[in-house]
Write a protein that binds this ligand. Structure first.
Ligand code: GDP
Ligand code: MG
Length: 593
């Protein structure tokens, strides 16, 4: 395809502003699928994505409009996947900025739009949902100009739901977004935008060709990975897979090359011709590192092998999470896993439970702490609170910090500021734009990973939005807080906390555990302790003996029911010494409330 007939664009939108619906409309209008094939939201094809309404994997679709090829690149919609977003944006020359006509500009829109501007994109504002009675397109236009600084006078008004403005958007893409540049005679240079595992095709690689061309039978080299592969298929998604003879400069499409694991095809890598390689790889390759770690253990120890297999299978499709075997005195054999963020953790955990039918215990998520040991003892990256050295062996301990931008309507500002303050936040900036406040805070990541987002949403009735980036490590007065149940330490519940918040955190934790652990035949003390010092304590009182005595005296069916119930309950409990702790306790105890 000649360069001047190609347009590559992505869609930037805050969650729920209509990105997927609009994408579906564009596909439908350009004839990619028949009416019958238009199942709800073609691009969000993973079950969890549909349920949560967010895009986890980037997808791309090739559209044809008035003699042009338009490549629509869908980008992941969550902060956990920021690097993937940046690569998708780097593959485009322009973007549609979709803003809900009733909601206006939100924080997440901002983060993505700034990235898009950094990539020199031509941005077309689209004001969506104009069918809503509460739509205020003029106000939203003003917001786009005032907050983002983009000219919104030629914004397209649309309703993805009712099909208004769709042709105008397609025309605007052709007229306003610049064609890609590239040299067909230069050695192949293509950026790996995404990769995933397909049971029939093996690893599929989505790429953007910069220079040269790629075709079936070509030997290609992955410059960062250093591996060479034979291309056995080249094509594009329309959105159905279609084979093509080749992909030239400016084009976006896929290849397969008999690759077994996505870990061999890392996002951001440069593909070149093995026989005539490019002199330099493309800029911007980065190996993404997990930031949140937790242990995953089977509730039933007999499921360990099944867990190992399932985790390995998931890893085939997701190179950004890591796992290694871990043993815990209390939980037995399991895995220490690393994730890009809490959402990523929840997605993996949910898939293991749902798709692989595993009952799991998740230990307290932790960020990675950096510890300098005393007497030149060296440096450790601490992934697991259970491995924390004795305090006298620690010279300094540092924790990762983030910079967060929060957008919130004025009326909720007070409680949001208090939340940030409680989480050791440092206010950097506070501005007001049109009835809304924009607060910039520096916060320790460990105060955010657990339930910050949930709290933010509930305190603001869902109106606050939040986006963050990591800004490096800072020293802190951090200590390990252990939890003792019936005098026994429960490793899986230990966590690293800041000394100033330890007591509040410890008290909350023992109070919640008191609710979560069922009563036994004896009294159970629950304690939170730092070193040998108990900082909070609750006691679960003993069951009265006659309660069970009465049961045993009952009729046979009732007794059997009770036994069955106990057996079922047991499957989801862990024994600690003589105490049974239900599975839910492990995660629920972490919600700070
Ligand atoms: P995404 O999170 O940006 O991908 O948003 P979706 O496309 O999933 O849309 C979020 C919700 O808004 C869904 O319930 C859509 O049906 C609805 N929606 C999308 N576009 C429009 C529109 O133009 N008008 C109205 N009224 N609702 C819309
Ligand atoms: Mg969506």
């Amino acid at each position: 395809t000649p360069l001047d007939k190609i347009r590559n664009f992505s869609i930037i939108a805050h969650i729920d502003h209509g990105k997927s619906t609009l994408a579906d409309r564009l596909i439908q209008r350009t004839g990619g699928l028949s009416e019958r094939e238009m199942s709800a939201q073609v691009l969000d094809n993973m079950e969890i994505e549909k349920e949560r309404g967010i895009t986890i994997k980037a997808q791309t679709v090739r559209l044809e409009w008035k003699g042009h090829i338009l490549n629509l690149m869908d980008t992941p919609g969550h902060v956990d996947f920021a690097y993937e977003v940046s690569r998708s944006l780097a593959a485009c020359e322009g973007a549609l900025l979709v803003v809900d006509a009733a909601q206006g500009v939100e924080a997440q829109t901002l983060a993505n739009v700034y990235q898009s501007i950094e990539h020199d994109h031509e941005i077309i504002p689209v004001i969506n949902k104009i069918d809503l009675p509460s739509a205020e397109p003029e106000k939203v236009k003003a917001e786009i100009e005032e907050i983002i600084g983009l000219d919104a006078s030629n914004a397209v008004l649309s309703s993805a739901k009712s099909g208004i403005g769709i042709e105008e958007i397609l025309d605007a893409i052709v007229e306003r977004i610049p064609a890609p540049k590239g040299d067909i005679d230069a050695p192949l240079k293509a950026m790996l935008v995404d990769s995933w595992y397909d049971p029939y095709l093996g690893v599929v690689i989505l790429l953007r060709v910069i220079d040269g061309s790629i075709r079936k039978g070509q030997q290609v080299k992955f410059m960062a990975a250093g591996t060479t592969h034979l291309v056995d298929r080249v094509g594009a998604f329309r959105p159905k897979l279609e084979n093509l003879p080749d992909l030239g400069p400016g084009e976006i499409g896929f290849i397969t090359a008999q690759i077994k694991e996505v870990a061999q095809a890392r996002v951001g890598d440069t593909l070149t011709d093995a026989k005539r390689p490019a002199a330099e790889p493309l800029e911007g390759f980065k190996e993404v590192q997990p930031v949140v770690f937790c242990g995953l253990f089977p509730v039933d120890a007999a499921d360990f092998e099944k867990l190992r297999e399932s985790i390995s299978k998931l890893r085939l499709n997701d190179a950004s999470f890591s796992f290694e075997m871990e043993t815990s005195a209390a939980l037995g054999f399991g895995f220490r896993c690393g994730f890009l963020g809490l959402l990523h953790l929840e997605i993996i955990q949910e898939r293991l439970m749902r798709e692989y039918d595993l009952d799991l215990i998740t230990t307290a998520p932790s960020v990675v702490y950096q510890i300098e040991l005393t007497h030149g003892g060296g440096h450790i990256d601490l992934h697991n609170p259970a491995d924390m050295p004795e305090p006298n062996k620690i010279e300094t301990i540092s924790e990762p910090w983030i910079q967060a931008v929060i957008y919130v309507p004025d009326e909720y500002l007070g409680s949001i500021l208090k939340l940030c303050q409680d989480r050791r936040g440092i206010q950097k900036n506070l501005t007001y734009v049109g009835g809304r406040a924009q607060a910039t805070y520096e916060l320790p990541l460990n105060e955010v990973v657990f339930d910050f987002y949930d709290r933010l949403k509930s305190l603001s009735k869902g109106y606050a939005s939040f986006d963050y980036e990591q800004i490096g490590y800072r020293e802190g007065d951090l200590v390990k807080m252990g939890i003792l149940v019936n005098e026994e330490p429960v490793d899986a519940l230990s966590m690293i906390v800041h000394r100033s918040t330890a007591e509040t955190r410890g008290r909350g934790m023992v109070e919640r555990l008191k609710e979560l652990i069922p009563r036994h035949m004896f009294k159970i003390p629950i304690q939170a302790a730092i070193g040998g010092k108990v900082i909070a304590r609750e006691t679960i009182s003993a069951l009265r003996k006659d309660v069970t005595a009465k049961c045993y005296g009952g009729d046979a069916t009732r007794k059997r029911k009770l036994l069955d119930k106990q057996k079922k309950g047991k499957a989801k409990m862990r024994e600690y010494g003589s105490v049974s702790i239900p599975q839910e306790a492990f995660i629920a105890a972490l919600r700070m409330g």
